[in-house]
Design a protein around this ligand. Sequence first.
Ligand SMILES: Nc1ncnc2c1ncn2[C@@H]1O[C@H](COP(=O)(O)OP(=O)(O)OP(=O)(O)O)[C@@H](O)[C@H]1O
Ligand SMILES: [Mg+2]
Length: 183
Amino acid sequence: MNPCRGEKRERPDLTTTVLRDARELRVPSSAPPRTEAIGALLGRRLQPGDVICLSGTLGAGKTVFSRGIGKGWGALPDLTSPTYNLAHMHRRARDEGRLAHIDLYRISGTSEADTLGLDDLLDGEHIVIMEWPERIREALPPAHLWINFELADAEGRELVLRAQGSRFTALMDALQRDLETSG
Ligand SMILES: Nc1ncnc2c1ncn2[C@@H]1O[C@H](COP(=O)(O)OP(=O)(O)OP(=O)(O)O)[C@@H](O)[C@H]1O
Ligand SMILES: [Mg+2]
C-alpha cells in the first residue's frame, strides 16, 4: 500500500515566478494517426512567435506530431524530418506566415546553435517547432509550450504538455477544448 495515499501530508510550496503560469495537460495517443491529429489541432491555432518544444527519445513521435502541426497550419511543403539540415522553413498559401521546423539532435549546445542562426528564427515572427530542445535549454525563450513524448507501449504514447507564460497557457487550454469537442 502506498503510505502517501489517503492521508494529508505537508507539501512544499513549489510555486515560483517562472512557473506561475505553468499548467500540465496529459494527452494519450494510441497510434501515429492520432498523434498526427493532435498535432493538427495545435497547428490550426499557432500564431507568429509561438515556440513549441518537442522532447522525447528517438522514435518517440516528435516528427509525426510535427507533420500534424504542419497540416493544421497549412505548411508548404509538408513537414518531414530535418535531422540532417537542422532547419526546414515552411510558408503557407493563406498569408505571409513562416514556420521553422528544427531538429537539434546533432547540436552540441547553445553556442553551436547560435552559429547556425537559431537566434534569427527565435525573432518573435517565425513559428518555431523544435525537436530535441533540451540541447539548448538555457537559450530557450522563457515563454513556450513544452511537450514531452512518453512511450507507453509499441504504439502507445502519452503527450505531456507544459505551458510557460500566458500565451501558451491559453493555447493549451484551447487545445484541451478542441480535444474534448473532437473526441
Ligand atoms: N502513438 C504513436 N505516435 C507517434 N508515433 C508512433 C506511435 N506509435 C508508433 N509510432 C511510431 O514511432 C515512430 C516515431 O517516429 P518519429 O520520427 O516521429 O520520432 P521522433 O521522435 O521524431 O524521433 P527522432 O528523435 O529520431 O527525430 C514512427 O515510426 C511511428 O510510426
Ligand atoms: Mg524527429
